[in-house]
Design a protein around this ligand. Structure first.
Ligand SMILES: CC(C)(COP(=O)(O)OP(=O)(O)OC[C@H]1O[C@@H](n2cnc3c(N)ncnc32)[C@H](O)[C@@H]1OP(=O)(O)O)[C@@H](O)C(=O)NCCC(=O)NCCS
Length: 172
């Protein structure tokens, strides 16, 4: 089948224990100090206090693979983004944007009203994504990343806006 006729289907859904090998592989490909598999397992088991989702791509050939993952911690009315990664080769297709928007909608459904995150100062791609979602820089955390001694930029989204998030979840 010609490349442009391949029917790739993207599904966004909660992470399960059977995703863990693939989720850990996506994380390893994204970060100098990736989360171990057990850290994701712990987050899934915390259930009420975290939102753990994946994006799964079903290719026309039948192969299904995890291409992105996210973990968000819920603390009172705050959604704290713990980790977000898209598999290399699948970036630049709005997968990160859709996954983040959909999970923030889920966080809002579960009581969150605002969101925050830390991001490496050198990570311009992620910062651009967060700005597109409406996050603003509010501070700096010195020497936050112990592996590279890099500073973290602290970004917040003051009010989760369902209408805006729904549009972003559609790829807008
Ligand atoms: C950051 C990351 C999650 C983005 O995911 P992605 O699926 O490639 O991003 P999207 O295609 O959804 O991009 C959405 C928006 O983000 C911004 N963006 C994403 N990648 C960008 C890049 N390389 N340069 C500039 N802007 C970028 C753009 O505003 C883009 O909107 P546009 O396509 O309308 O211009 C991905 O690059 C990644 O996994 N990086 C490694 C792990 C990481 O840094 N995680 C975040 C830790 S805080």
């Amino acid at each position: 089948m010609p490349e442009n006729q391949k029917q790739a289907q993207l599904i966004f859904r909660p992470m399960t224990t059977s995703d863990l090998d693939q989720v850990a592989a996506v994380d390893r490909a994204a970060f100098p100090t990736p989360w171990p598999k057990d850290a994701f397992l712990y987050e899934i088991k915390r259930g009420r206090n975290s939102v753990c989702w994946v994006a799964e791509q079903a290719e026309s050939g039948g192969e299904i693979q995890v291409v992105a993952s996210i973990v968000i911690w819920l603390v009172l009315d705050e959604a704290h983004i713990g980790t977000l990664a898209v598999k290399p080769g699948y970036r630049g297709q709005k997968i990160g944007q859709k996954l983040l928007a959909l999970t923030l909608i889920e966080c809002q459904r579960r009581g969150a009203r605002q969101a925050l995150l830390e991001v490496r100062q050198s990570n311009h791609a992620a910062q651009a994504l967060y700005r597109k979602l409406g996050f603003e820089t509010v501070g700096l955390r010195k020497d936050y990343y112990k592996d590279t001694h890099e500073d973290a930029i602290l970004m917040t989204l003051e009010r989760l806006n369902l209408e805006n998030l729904a549009q972003l979840a559609q790829g807008g």
